[in-house]
Design a protein around this ligand. Structure first.
Ligand code: PLP
Length: 227
């Protein structure tokens, strides 16, 4: 573990005082490291790959709340639909409809966050403001019965430029507040998921209430095939 037990507990105390939920991003990390954090009380874990998540879920305690991060292909939703707690990276109506369909066949409602494109890097995906607006309008007109839209998620540019990061987080917070305070039906805006190992403090200052941290907790990620 990259973080000591004491430092982890201090971190959790600070986050709890600020009403911020920690998602421990355990992608490419072995089961044993996940269990070490679990034993310290951590329950929210995040994964990026469907197959890896399904395997880990089947081997780890059932009270873990699993978060799916990153791009998700529609045809793979069915594998995680029975148990996933929140899907963070939803960026199309097509994907939302598939999640709804799989929620229905599992007789449950699935929590999702819509991902907004913030960063200057082209590799980070997500919706722009007008695409978000289009999706939200469609949802309010024809509600999805088995999807709960809990808020927004975004990733800032990976840079030392604090001003740029602050600007990106601020724009996401404003967008979040806009919909949270709107009267649009069928939205349950409560969660603003922003902040990773390198920028979580800025994210919390900027209004985040859910941070996704991997490297800082577990250390650098090894090669995937060393699992
Ligand atoms: C991997 C990942 C993280 C964690 O990144 P760290 O820099 O290791 O904290 C957070 N969010 C998403 C979407 C990720 O893919």
């Amino acid at each position: 573990m990259a973080i000591s037990k004491e430092d982890f507990q201090t971190l959790i105390e600070k986050l709890t005082a600020q009403n911020v939920t920690l998602v421990a991003v355990s992608k490419i990390q072995p089961l044993q490291k996940i269990l070490q954090l679990y034993e310290l009380g951590q329950r929210d874990f995040g994964e990026n790959y469907v197959q890896e998540l399904v395997e880990k879920q089947s081997k780890l305690p059932t009270d873990i709340k699993w978060h799916f991060l990153g791009p998700l292909q529609s045809h793979k939703v069915k594998y995680i639909a029975p148990f996933v707690n929140i899907i963070h990276g939803v960026d199309s109506l097509k994907l939302l409809k598939e999640i709804n369909k799989q929620g229905k066949s599992n007789n449950r409602s699935i929590n999702v966050l819509l991902q907004i494109h913030l960063a200057t890097e082209a590799t980070k995906f997500g919706l722009d403001n007008s695409e978000l607006d289009t999706i939200i309008n469609q949802i309010s007109e024809s509600p999805l019965t088995h999807v709960k839209i809990m808020g927004l998620m975004g990733m800032a540019t990976y840079t030392d430029d604090v001003e740029l990061i602050n600007k990106e987080f601020k724009s996401l917070k404003q967008l979040f507040d806009l919909y949270k305070n709107s009267n649009v039906e069928n939205l349950h805006f409560e969660i603003l998921s922003m902040g990773m190992s390198a920028d979580y403090k800025l994210a919390i200052e900027g209004g985040s209430n859910m941070i996704r941290i991997g490297t800082l907790l577990f250390g650098a990620r090894g090669m995937k095939d060393l699992l």
